[in-house]
Design a protein around this ligand. Structure first.
Ligand code: B12
Length: 477
């Protein structure tokens, strides 16, 4: 079958040409392995409009991915596809996973796939293929065809939404056998920066996923995957890493795992092998935070030695009560201090992720966070305004005790300096003021300015930084 996979154009105020969408690359790879002809359209980086691709390629199945900020664009794309051809349209990704009934009711959407997609997607494709073989002129998908497939949501004959049972997590043995992401279907030269705020890499930046799932359930995190943490073996990771560098021309690699360092021995093994294979000359970074409570000098030193130039830590708050009772982080401030100390001791750069305006916060707790960020002094401090994504504990709290201010899902971006909800004692004005203050107090310290001006990267990144600063100031004015 002819299959088109789409990453809808997002409305982010930052340059999103960061990393190619890995989820689509996996879906493309497993489909190609079954003999399908696959094309990918990434609305964030490509100039050819979607309608042109659809009109020329004439897909039989279109798969669209969406997180919350992309969902409205995904619905528009689904309608557009239906207006141009008779393809079956499947939606997947974080947003439709958490609110499947909302998406299945939209015009043009035939099926919603929830959570991890590969196995469900393959089962759907083989069902479509059978129907197509029986009725090549006018294939019609019925609720009876979809009824046996776990992990999907669709409409029954009366138009009511039906959610089949969840599909169990993909077992580790299957993850090990999964084909590498189909990067040959992407225009890789368009993705040159995994961390837009920091890097200036000449060449391709490519992501890798070494484990899936996360045993933690932090209140702000939109976890769509299973809680069970499943880690690929060092052999399989090394094989992909080598392929990324040697065959795909990666100049930088970003680890996307939710919880990379849960098993410290595994991290040490991966690092040993990277050194052994001579792959430590290609820089790599953490895109998500690693757990600070498991990041000691030995682990961070091994990572540094293996080519990791920057570790990111999800610190979230500088107030222990907020960490315990609001975020449910299972982390102490002293553990965070120790991790930053260890990173400094081994000469590893750090990024700290912080959240301003969590439910139940006060001006004093937000001040604690700003002070803690200054104390830790990472190379990059990223302050997000707390954003209640559907499916999270924070969303439930805000729905029950507060008021969502975002007009629609497009607004669920947290780089824009806008509060997305209000609660008694936590007005939007206060959160927006503290967010601006956080950036000002962190980045405008004399010590900090001097260090920034002394870094070569500062000057290399100047045009990009100026563009982002302008968008932030104008966007939040
Ligand atoms: C890398 C990343 C980014 C990159 C984007 C890279 C890219 N082009 O994809 C950057 C840094 C730009 C980014 C930005 C943002 N991100 Co982000 N990001 C991630 C991260 C760390 C990895 C994504 C990934 O590749 N995962 C691995 C792949 C294999 O999983 P997947 O994409 O979910 O795909 C699987 C399934 O979802 C499903 N599936 C997905 N699509 C489809 C489609 C079909 C047809 C089918 C059948 C199945 C299917 O099958 C796939 C394979 O199993 C995730 C966290 C995570 N672990 O997923 C957060 C995550 C996706 N981001 C998140 C958020 C909130 C954002 C921002 C909104 C933050 C902001 N700035 O305000 C922006 C929005 C960006 C946008 N384009 O709109 C949330 C999304 C929550 C939500 N409800 O939307 C996540 C889940 C983090 C979290 N836990 O809270 N992000």
């Amino acid at each position: 079958m002819r299959i088109l996979l789409v990453n809808p154009k997002s409305r982010l105020p930052i340059d999103t040409r960061t990393s190619p969408p890995l989820g689509l690359a996996y879906l493309a790879a497993v489909a190609e392995q079954r003999g399908h002809v696959v094309r990918v359209h990434d609305g964030d980086v490509e100039h050819t409009p979607l309608e042109e691709i659809v009109s020329h390629f004439f897909p039989q199945v279109v798969g669209i991915t969406a997180n919350t900020t992309q969902i409205m664009a995904a619905w528009r794309d689904a309608e557009l596809v239906k207006a141009l051809c008779n393809a079956t349209v499947v939606l997947g990704g974080p947003h439709p996973t958490t609110l499947p009934e909302e998406s299945i009711a939209k015009p043009g959407v035939d099926v919603v796939v929830r959570s991890e997609g590969e196995a469900t997607w393959l089962e759907l494709l083989s069902t479509f293929k059978q129907i197509l073989a029986q009725e090549p002129a006018k294939p019609t998908l019925t609720a009876a065809d979809l009824q046996p497939i776990a992990g999907i949501t669709y409409l029954d004959e009366s138009g009511a939404p039906v959610s089949n049972p969840d599909r169990p997590p993909i077992p580790v043995e299957e993850l090990e056998k999964m084909p590498f992401p189909a990067w040959h279907l992407f225009n890789l030269d368009l993705y040159t920066n995994l961390q837009p705020t920091v890097d200036h890499v000449e060449g391709r930046s490519l992501p890798i996923l070494t484990s899936r799932g996360c045993p933690y359930r932090c209140s702000y995190c939109s976890q769509i995957g299973p809680r069970r943490w499943r880690a690929r073996s060092a052999e399989s990771i090394l094989a992909e890493w080598q392929w990324l560098v040697q065959e795909q021309g990666a100049a930088e690699i970003g680890i996307l795992d939710d919880s990379f360092n849960i098993d410290r021995q595994r991290v040490l093994d991966i690092c040993d092998r990277l050194v052994h294979e001579g792959l430590n000359t290609v820089p790599w970074i953490m895109i998500n935070g690693i757990r600070a409570n498991i990041a000691d000098e030995q682990v961070l030193g091994a990572m540094k030695n293996a080519g990791c130039i920057r570790a990111a830590f999800g610190v979230e708050s500088g107030n222990q009560d907020v960490l315990n009772t609001v975020v449910d982080k299972h982390l102490t401030l002293d553990q965070v201090r120790a991790a930053f100390q260890a990173a400094r001791a081994v000469g590893m750069e750090t990024i700290g992720f912080f959240i301003i305006g969590l439910p139940g916060e006060t001006e004093a707790t937000m001040d604690d966070t700003i002070r803690f960020a200054c104390e830790l002094d990472p190379v990059v401090a990223n302050f997000s305004i707390a954003t209640p994504f559907p499916g999270t504990e924070m969303y439930n709290t805000v729905k029950a005790q507060g008021r969502i201010l975002a007009k629609n899902w497009d607004d669920f971006v947290f780089f824009e300096g806008k509060a997305r909800f209000e609660m008694p004692g936590l007005p939007a004005e206060l959160v927006e003021r503290k967010w601006k203050e956080a950036y000002r107090r962190f980045y405008l310290r004399p010590k900090r300015i001097a260090r920034t001006l002394g870094r070569k990267q500062t000057w290399l990144r100047l045009p990009r930084t100026a563009r982002m600063a302008w968008r932030t100031v104008v966007g939040s004015a």
